[in-house]
Structures are given as C-alpha cells and as structure tokens.
Design a protein around this ligand. Structure first.
Ligand SMILES: [Zn+2]
Length: 162
C-alpha cells in the first residue's frame, strides 16, 4: 500500500464460500498505485442468512449494486470509509429566466442523496458568489425552512429576494 488513502470502485465483487459460511467484499482500487483493496460487505455469514437476490448480484458483478453498497452507512462504518462527492453533482436549472426576477421560489430536488452545501448550490443557481449568498442569508433575503449554512442531502425549497 502506498500513502494514497483514496480508492475508486473497481466494479467487481469477491465472494468466498467455506462450507456454509460466506464472506463478500467489494473490490476497490487505490488511486495512487492501483493496488486492489477490499471493502467488507459481510463476513462469516451463514449462507441462509444472505438474501439469494443479493448473492446473485454479487456473483454477477452487478454494477448497480456498487453505489447501493457504497451509500450504505453500515458498510461505510464497517470499513471506515466515506464517499468523496466532490464534482459528483451538477445543477439543472432549466434555463436562466429566473435570473431576471426579483423574487423567486425555488424547489431543489435531489436525484441522489449527495450531501452538499446549499450556499454553494444557490450561488451556482443564481449566478451569485458564495459570499453574496451568505450575506443575503444574513439579511433575510434568502429564506428556507431548512438551515442553509450546513449541508443537505435531500429536497428543500428556498426563496430569494434581490
Ligand atoms: Zn496505493
């Protein structure tokens, strides 16, 4: 292992069977040296305790299972990993008409539960700097039922008054 502590999914799984006991891992690749590492999905699980559908997906290297497992807090905790969402999201505003209006009500819908800072999203969406958005929040010109200064990963709405 090199000093890099970042990995990317390889898209492959490994399942070991020892009599009726199964271990399963998600294989990941070190971004530094390319070495393969393993994230434990389950260990020493009795074959009857594993859902057959899950086992099928593991055996067939089902790619859609990769993001499902990686977003599972249990797997993250067990393997002491977290997801790097940097650059993972994009904003679809459906045009720029809203930039002209004095008051806009915006609904933000998440296609995936990616934690992000509302300040950054609002800045991107409204053509403002983050400092401007922070000022507007302080001045009560950006209002929301959620706290806009932390991170969110689910749908929310906000109103912007210029
Ligand atoms: Zn490495």
């Amino acid at each position: 292992m090199c000093a890099a502590d970042r990995f990317r999914a390889s898209g492959k799984f490994r399942v070991n069977a020892n009599h009726k006991v199964l271990d399963a891992w998600l294989l990941v690749l070190c971004t530094g040296c390319g070495d393969t590492a393993k994230l434990t999905i389950f260990e020493r699980a009795h074959v009857r305790s594993v859902r057959p559908a899950l086992l099928d997906r593991l055996h067939s290297n089902d790619l859609t299972l990769v993001p499902e497992l990686l977003q599972d807090p249990v797997l993250q905790h067990r393997n002491r990993v977290s997801l790097d969402w940097e650059g993972a999201w994009r904003l679809d505003t459906g045009g720029s008409d809203h930039l002209e209006q004095e008051v806009i009500d915006v609904s933000v819908r998440f296609a995936a539960r990616i934690p992000l800072r509302p300040v950054r999203l609002i800045a991107d969406a409204c053509g403002l700097s983050r400092a401007e958005v922070e000022r507007l929040i302080v001045e009560g010109k950006v209002v929301s039922a959620i706290r806009l200064t932390g991170k969110v990963s689910g749908d929310f709405t906000f109103t912007l008054k210029r």
